[in-house]
Design a protein around this ligand. Structure first.
Ligand SMILES: Cc1cc2nc3c(=O)[nH]c(=O)nc-3n(C[C@H](O)[C@H](O)[C@H](O)COP(=O)(O)O)c2cc1C
Length: 204
C-alpha cells in the first residue's frame, strides 16, 4: 500500500472484531511512532498499551472516556503521553549533538543555549503544547502504519486524564495527549469523509 493509499483509506474506526492484537502488531505500531520526527529530536512521546479486558472495559465508562461505551470492547488502547519531565533535557542533548556534529549548522544553532533556557522556563501548559505536537506526529505515523497493516484506529480526545493516570499508575511527569483505539475493523457502514475543499483552506 502506498502512503497515498493509506492516507485515503484511513478513517476513524469505532467497531472492531473481537480479536486481540498480536505482540508483533503492537510492536510494529510502536516502531512507526518511534520513528516520527520531533522538535530537536526530543522524542517526548511515551506509550502505555492496554490489552487486559478488565482494563479495557473500564475505558468505556464515564470514569475514563466520558462514557464512550464502544471503547470498552476494543482489542487494544494505546495511551499516548507526553513526558514533560524529560522534554527539555532531551531537547538540549539532541541539540548539542546536532550542533557538535554539524548536522544542523549556522544560525539555527547559534542561539541554542538561549532557546533551551527559554523552553525550560516555560510554564507547564506551554511545554505540554510543544510536547503534544510531537506526540500527535508519532500517533499520525502509527495510524497510517495501522491502515497499511489492515488495522483500524480512532483517536480519542475525550477522556478523564486524572483518572487514567491514577488507574494505570502513569509517572507524574507524563501528560495524556490522547487514547488510540486499535483493532481489526468490523464495520457495518463506512462513512463518507467530509472534508473542507482546498479553496476553503488555501489562502491565495
Ligand atoms: C484531536 C481529536 C480528538 C478526537 N476525539 C474523539 C473522541 O473522543 N471520540 C471519537 O469517537 N472520535 C474522536 N476523534 C475522531 C474524529 O471524530 C475524526 O477524526 C473526524 O470526525 C474525522 O473523521 P475520520 O477520522 O474518519 O477521517 C478525534 C480526533 C481528533 C484528531
Amino acid at each position: 500500500m502506498s502512503v497515498k493509499d493509506a492516507i485515503a483509506a484511513r478513517h476513524s474506526v469505532r467497531a472492531f472484531a473481537k480479536e486481540p492484537l498480536t505482540t508483533e502488531q503492537i510492536h510494529e505500531l510502536l516502531e512507526a511512532g518511534r520513528n516520527a520526527p520531533s522538535s530537536l529530536n526530543s522524542q517526548p512521546w511515551r506509550f502505555k498499551v492496554v490489552t487486559d479486558p478488565a482494563d479495557l472495559a473500564w475505558f468505556g465508562t464515564s470514569q475514563a472516556s466520558r462514557k464512550q461505551a464502544w471503547l470498552g470492547s476494543v482489542p487494544a488502547i494505546i495511551v499516548c503521553c507526553a513526558d514533560l519531565e524529560h522534554y527539555v533535557k532531551d531537547s538540549q542533548s539532541a541539540a548539542f549533538f546536532y550542533r557538535d556534529n554539524k548536522i544542523i549548522d549556522g544560525e539555527p544553532m547559534d542561539g541554542i543555549d538561549a532557546y533551551v533556557a527559554r523552553e525550560a522556563a516555560k510554564e507547564e501548559a506551554a511545554k505540554f503544547g510543544a510536547c503534544a505536537m510531537n506526540v500527535a506526529l508519532a500517533v499520525s505515523f502509527m495510524m497510517l502504519r495501522a491502515t497499511e497493516m489492515g488495522l483500524g484506529t480512532c483517536w480519542i480526545g475525550m477522556f478523564d486524564e486524572a483518572n487514567i493516570k491514577a488507574k494505570l499508575a502513569l509517572p507524574a511527569g507524563w501528560r495524556v495527549v490522547n487514547l488510540l483505539a486499535v483493532g481489526r475493523p468490523d464495520e457495518p457502514v463506512v462513512y463518507p469523509r467530509k472534508r473542507k475543499s482546498l479553496e476553503e483552506i488555501l489562502l491565495k
